[in-house]
Write a protein that binds this ligand. Structure first.
Ligand SMILES: [Zn+2]
Length: 102
């Protein structure tokens, strides 16, 4: 459950989805306006999920599979990956800094 660290309001799926496709480091809370950032822990988890998604994307290539097999792996992986990324959202009120500089 993703809650704003300032006002405690729960973020909706749509708000989290919008944040996940944003390149800005901080995003104002839609309820109180306080800047919220993704935690370092979440970003680490998100990187792992992305890595696993890429591994699954290319898995059919190792077996010389048809393009239909690629699509049948790609679509569920994309849907599950995006759902996991959004479902595991963690917010903080302070910027943890760059991923590589922590
Ligand atoms: Zn808030």
């Amino acid at each position: 459950m993703t809650r704003c660290t300032n006002c405690g309001t729960r973020w909706t799926f749509k708000e989290k989805l919008r944040k996940s496709f944003s390149f800005d480091r901080g995003m104002p809370c839609p309820h109180c306006g306080e800047a919220q950032y993704l935690t370092w822990h979440y970003r680490k988890k998100s990187s792992l999920i992305t890595f696993l998604m890429l591994l699954l994307f290319f898995l059919p290539t190792f077996f010389n599979a048809s393009w239909q097999a690629h699509v049948s792996v790609l679509i569920p992986t994309l849907i599950v990956g995006i759902f996991l990324q959004i479902h595991t959202f963690e917010l903080t009120d302070k910027d943890d800094g760059d991923f590589w500089n922590v």
